[in-house]
Structure formats: structure tokens, C-alpha cells
Design a binder for this molecule. Structure first.
Ligand code: NDP
Ligand code: 2IT
Length: 449
């Protein structure tokens, strides 16, 4: 495998052999290992204690049946997952994804990424991820509730505020967290607020958690701009997706003086040269749960919809992929570079393919990896856990300020670490190495477990 020294290549090959067919997991492991050459050269103690090999093997993996009854009285069966990857720094922490593409390889890639992301936040949280191949699209509230209740009827025995703390991800928002929390509370007879994050504001949730991932990605991008003596003012921005992360990324870009001219869903994308109207988009996506194809009509014809195609064809200064893994490939990256795009920051998890990352690096386009740029969501989840533990709730302003400080801290740590390990300006190396060292040192201290 190119780009890996011999010891790391052996570990990589072992991961491929032990986890056949899990291509996204392989991709995530390769991306981290490709940064670790200078670290293992400097710290032989990590190899002696098999830290990297242990990191690549989840501490626990749970797979379970989720039976539920649909509105027609038919029994449906889905598969549920929770991968508890690493708890060296704190309880397992990471979202739940409900999407038909979910299988073990997706949950493991997300869980693996989460270990390093969570370490980078500087908060005491380990890494985990879960979800199901359940497709919430087109399902009634009642169906979603019954599914969530069945899912939690198994999951509850594996989680807890000191054990494993799930949250939302694709297809899991406030509605789903509500049903999941309700069932957990009922089964355990405990009002254990800290067992889930992303809760509603009236029952243990935190201000800014809904906004946190999108806002955090834009705060991180703003730090990149500031480091270059620049700002969002007057910049053309393209954001992919129109879910939780995308909506609040758009909101913060507009607050910072940039203009988001395009966004998308899995059906296609819209171009709105005057700037995406967020009130229209939120009503369409959060209230009506509609399709982006309907946006131009709601906007009075001011925008156009392109079915299929690539949102990355729309010229921009800054690109924020906020939809899903591997949504921006080498060809898209070449288009972005050709159009003069200067920064790509990942709001989603692993949205850029390895080819895309290579093209961006060759063109010297700044690339901020998700484990750094989208860490604001989980960081604010950790702030929610803090508030729950102290039975407190903070103001929006205070919480947002904490989020901004955390993102600045991650940004600076990435740059300092990249510099210290011989890759100045390389956010990928900085994020992978800084996250790794934090977890690896804790694993060394805790012994071979
Ligand atoms: P949502 O379910 O709220 O939204 C996902 C969005 O992405 C939808 O607009 C969806 O469109 C779109 N999408 C999905 N697949 C594709 C595709 N193949 N092409 C184009 N658009 C697509 O999820 P989130 O916003 O919460 O998550 C988005 C990404 O951000 C994921 O990678 C997630 O892991 C990551 N993330 C989320 C965090 C959070 O706090 N929620 C934190 C950190 C990262 P459609 O409706 O058509 O499916
Ligand atoms: O990918 C992610 O960081 C998330 N989906 C958020 C996880 C969390 O625990 O808030």
C-alpha cells in the first residue's frame, strides 16, 4: 500500500484481512495510518505496546435485530449496530445513523474517526458509533417512534452516562432522540439525562447543540481564513446537503458575510445566486421534510434546480461538503480547483475521497478534514453532558462562545502538531497525529486492556 512504512503497512494489511468487505473502514484506517510514520519513528513505545493494532480493533461490537410494526400492520425487521471503539479517554461517544446504506463497515469507519475527533476536542470522551439500516424517509411519526422504541429496547443494556452516550447523525435528529430517550427512561426507570445528547431544550438538551456541527465547521474555516489574513466577507460558498450540518453551516456563513450560492440533497442541487434563503430552506427541510427540488418554486423562481449532476460544478471560493461520505471525488476536486476554490472544509464525515484529497493537495488548496472541522457537534455534546452532570443549563451566548474557543483550539493544535512533525500547514497530518497521540498516551497509561 503506497504511503505507508513497513510496520504500518503490516497493521493496515491485518485490518483488511480481519474486516473483509468493509471498504469505508479500510479507507478511514488508511487515512489515519498514512499520517503516523513520523510518530512511530519518534515513539517506539507505541509499537511495543501494540497501541495502533489495538486502536484498530473495536473494544466491543453489538449487532441486533430491530423488529417493528408499520402502519399497515406489517412486521418489519431492521438491523441495529453499536460499535464501542475506544474508551481510553472517557465513555464511548458518537452518533446513531439511520440510513438504508448502514452496515458494519460504515459504523466502524464512523466509530474509528470518532476516536480521534473526540480526542481533538480535548474533552473526556471515547469513540463509538451506531445506527441502523432503517430508512426514515416517507415513514410516519408513529412508525419512526415504534422503530426507535424497538431499537432502544435492545440498545439500553449497552449504554449509560458513564458507559456509552449516543447522539444524532444522518437520519437521527431531535425527534428520534426524543423517542429513544423516552424508551430508555421507561425501561430503566431513571431520568438519566446524560445517556443521550441532542435532547430537546426543555428536557436536558443544550443550547447550540442543533447548530453546533455546522457552526463549528464555519468557525474552523474562519480560523483558516484568519490565519491567511482573510475572512468570509464577500466569499462565494457551496455547501452540499441540506440536513442538520448543512443548514447551520449556511446560517453561520451568512452571518460571517459570505454567500452560499448552492446546496443539495440526494436528488440534486439548487443554485441561488442571490444567496440561499434559509427561512425557505428550513421550512422545506425541517418542517415539511420535503425535497430540495421544491426550493425554486418556494423561492418564487429565483433559483434553479439541477436533478442529479454535481453541486461541485458550481464555482465557489470555499466548498463545505456536509452531506455524506465519498460525495466529492477526484473529478469534483479538479473542477473546484479549476474554478479557483481555495478552501475545502469537511462538515460531513469523510466526504472527500482519497483521490480528491490528493488533487487538492497537489493544487495547494487548503483541506480541513472532518475529524477536525466537524468536531463542534460532538464537542457541544460533551458540553451538554457537563450541563446534565451539574444539573445546569447555560445561555446560548456562553455555549456558542465555548464552541468557538474549542474550534479555535483544534485549529491551532492541528497547525502546531503538523509543524512539529514536519508537515507545516497540513491539517490532515496535524489532526491525525494530535488526536492519535492523545489517545495513545492514555492507552499506554492504562496498560494492555
Ligand atoms: P441529515 O440526515 O440531517 O442530512 C443529511 C443530508 O445529506 C441530507 O440533505 C441528505 O439528503 C444529504 N445526502 C445524503 N446522502 C447524499 C448524497 N449521496 N448526495 C447528496 N446529498 C446526500 O444528516 P446530518 O446533517 O446530521 O449529517 C451529514 C453529515 O455530517 C454526515 O456525514 C454525518 O456523519 C456528519 N456529521 C454530523 C454531525 C451531527 O451532529 N449531526 C456531527 C459531525 C458530522 P436526502 O435527504 O436526500 O437523503
Ligand atoms: O459524527 C459526529 O461527530 C456526530 N454525529 C456527533 C456525535 C455526538 O456524540 O454528538
Amino acid at each position: 500500500m503506497p504511503g505507508l512504512d513497513e510496520k504500518l503497512r503490516d497493521i493496515h494489511d491485518e485490518v483488511l484481512r480481519r474486516n473483509p468487505g468493509e471498504t469505508e473502514f479500510h479507507q478511514a484506517v488508511h487515512e489515519v495510518l498514512s499520517s503516523l510514520g513520523p510518530v512511530v519513528a519518534k515513539h517506539p513505545e507505541y509499537a511495543d505496546a501494540a497501541v495502533i493494532r489495538r486502536l484498530c480493533e473495536p473494544e466491543r461490537q453489538v449487532i441486533f435485530r430491530v423488529p417493528w410494526v408499520d402502519d399497515n400492520g406489517q412486521v418489519q425487521i431492521n438491523r441495529g449496530f453499536r460499535v464501542e471503539f475506544n474508551s481510553a479517554l472517557g465513555p464511548y461517544k458518537g452518533g446513531l445513523r439511520f440510513h438504508p446504506t448502514v452496515y458494519l463497515g460504515i459504523v466502524k469507519f464512523l466509530g474509528f474517526e470518532q476516536i480521534f475527533k473526540n480526542a481533538l476536542t480535548g474533552m473526556p470522551i471515547g469513540g463509538g458509533k451506531g445506527g441502523s439500516d432503517f430508512d426514515p424517509k416517507g415513514r410516519s411519526d408513529g412508525e419512526v417512534m415504534r422503530f426507535c422504541q424497538s431499537f432502544m429496547t435492545e440498545l439500553y443494556r449497552h449504554i449509560g452516562e458513564h458507559t456509552d452516550v449516543p447522539a444524532g447523525d444522518t437520519g437521527v435528529g431531535a425527534r428520534e432522540i426524543g423517542y429513544l430517550f423516552g424508551q430508555y427512561k421507561r425501561i430503566t426507570n431513571r431520568y438519566e439525562s446524560g445517556v443521550l445528547t441532542g435532547k430537546g431544550l426543555t428536557w436536558g438538551g443544550s443550547q447550540v447543540r442543533p447548530e453546533a456541527t455546522g457552526y463549528g465547521t464555519v468557525f474552523f474555516t474562519d480560523e483558516i481564513l484568519k490565519a491567511r489574513g482573510d475572512s468570509f466577507e464577500g466569499k462565494r460558498v457551496v455547501v452540499s446537503g441540506s440536513g442538520n450540518v448543512a443548514l447551520y453551516a449556511i446560517e453561520k456563513v451568512h452571518e460571517f458575510g459570505g454567500t452560499v450560492v448552492a446546496c443539495s440533497d440526494s436528488g440534486g442541487h439548487i443554485v441561488d445566486e442571490r444567496g440561499v434563503d434559509l427561512a425557505v430552506l428550513k421550512e422545506l427541510k425541517q418542517v415539511r421534510r420535503g425535497r430540495i427540488a421544491e426550493y425554486p418554486e418556494l423561492r418564487g423562481g429565483a433559483a434553479r434546480y439541477i436533478a442529479g449532476g454535481s453541486v461541485w460544478d458550481v464555482p465557489c471560493d470555499i466548498a463545505l461538503p456536509c452531506a455524506t461520505q465519498n460525495e466529492l471525488n477526484g473529478h469534483d476536486a479538479a473542477t473546484l480547483v479549476g474554478n479557483g476554490c481555495a478552501i475545502v472544509a469537511e462538515g460531513a464525515n469523510m466526504p472527500c475521497t482519497p483521490d480528491a484529497i490528493r488533487v487538492l493537495a497537489e493544487a495547494k488548496t487548503v483541506f480541513a478534514p472532518g475529524k477536525a472541522a466537524n468536531a463542534g457537534g460532538v464537542a457541544t455534546s460533551a458540553l451538554e453532558m457537563q450541563q446534565n452532570a451539574s444539573r445546569d443549563s447555560w445561555s446560548f451566548e456562553h455555549t456558542e462562545q465555548r464552541l468557538a474557543e474549542i474550534m479555535r483550539g483544534i485549529h491551532d493544535r492541528c497547525l502546531e502538531t503538523a509543524e512539529a512533525y514536519g508537515s507545516p500547514g497540513d491539517y490532515v497530518a496535524g489532526a491525525n497525529i494530535a488526536g492519535f497521540i492523545q489517545v495513545a498516551d492514555a492507552m499506554l497509561a492504562l496498560g494492555v486492556i
